[in-house]
Ligand binder design. Sequence first.
Ligand code: SF4
Length: 484
Amino acid sequence: MSNSEKYVPSAREQAFLDQVESPRYERMSINGLKPFIEGRVSDEVQDFYSNDELDVLSQLQGTERDVEARMPVKMTRHYFDLAQKSRPIRDLVKATPEETENLVGSEDPGHQMDYSPVEGLLHKYEMGLMYVVSTCSAHCRFCYREELISRKEIERQDGTVAKKGMAQVGDVTDYMRHHNKIVADNGGRHPETGREKLREILLSGGDPMVLSNAKIAIWLGALAEAGVEAIRIGTKEMAFFPDRFDDTFLSMMDLFHETWPHVSVRMMIHFNHPDEFLLMDDDGNYVEEDTGVLKWQPAAQRAMEGVVSRGWLRVENQSPIIRGVNNDPDALRIMQRALKRVGAENHYFFCGRDIIAHKAFNVPIEEAWRILNESQKGLSGVEAHARLSITHYKGKTEVVAVTEGPIPGVEGTEDGVVIFKLIRSAAGAEERGKICIVRRNPDAIWFDGYDDRVIVDEAGLFNYGRLEAPSSLEPSVHELEDAH
Ligand code: SF4
């Protein structure tokens, strides 16, 4: 039996849960291509796809190139309304036949499942990432969780094949307590893996904000009681359905903060483009306030102000750079500036991952660096905090620089070099800061584009082998259950 079935909240958790208000939300999401193909949407919405487009997409259904088998189509009414004025917004959610033209890619990008000691939990660094739900209000075509959202079966490290499972409160909190006790008893490090306390958890999925307040509250309370010091909530809901950040959600968060004031909470939001939150006129131009600053759309403004006004509830934006959506320095400059002005941080921009079909979405690494660098020209120091990251199997890696000219005296660098820096290794903290320098390849969209161009690799990005199955991970849930 799963521990989740046995999970009993503490008295403090229960008192918190008893006060949570949990309304239903009407997102008016359109699910799948079927309503379009069968003409079951309003005329206005029907125009989102032309008849020709629907014909082609229908013909692909059931074939290897079925776009929905790769990533189900989904869109909120709010996002549909935004898409009427914005091509990037439209393209973010609109399925195209091109996206399955080349299906090369990894079914488990970053070999995430190598780090999953308990179903639904990835334990990397001092941090855990949990899959708490397998859908979002709308679905980005470029989603790097496509295997989770389309419920695909993937191969685990031990050779078994299964769908990614959702985290269960009892299993995860048992694992955390167990891990943290071993670490504490051993003077701050796990005796086998060298890992520190698991002190930070990212609630992810899918989008945790599609869960009810009551369900989010169960997670928050249970994690706080289990000793977590920091919780992040990864969400794109401020773009897809900003009304979700209503008074009931904010009251629940206030109550959480009153009950566990030592636990920090961050909303890791996901705006890809300023068209998702800035007000546009009928010609698609941003509307200015009298002061000259750009106006926000009312719903997005309410959501953002509600969150940042708490002070203790922090907001950090992170976004991949995606072809046709936001590979535009001007758009990214406007976005970084507008977010920072209202109190949200610009955390990371990402190179797209090597998901199945990534060639349809990913911008070459060197081009992504150029776009971000261009976008930060003219920004102040605090507005330009964001770095460009690419998630190597080994851990999060920064694309630090791309040079135009050669390194004097180093053969083969005539066209310049790319410098990567390991920001964090999934296995531990020691390797942070190590670098790798490769000769340029403007077409490279993943590390393998540099396989034959490595000059220096102290970070070990190009001699990486997949983790061995035995004992490098911590106890399986069965072992944990044995421990009780
Ligand atoms: S919001 Fe995130 S998890 Fe959801 S579809 Fe988009 S990229 Fe995927």
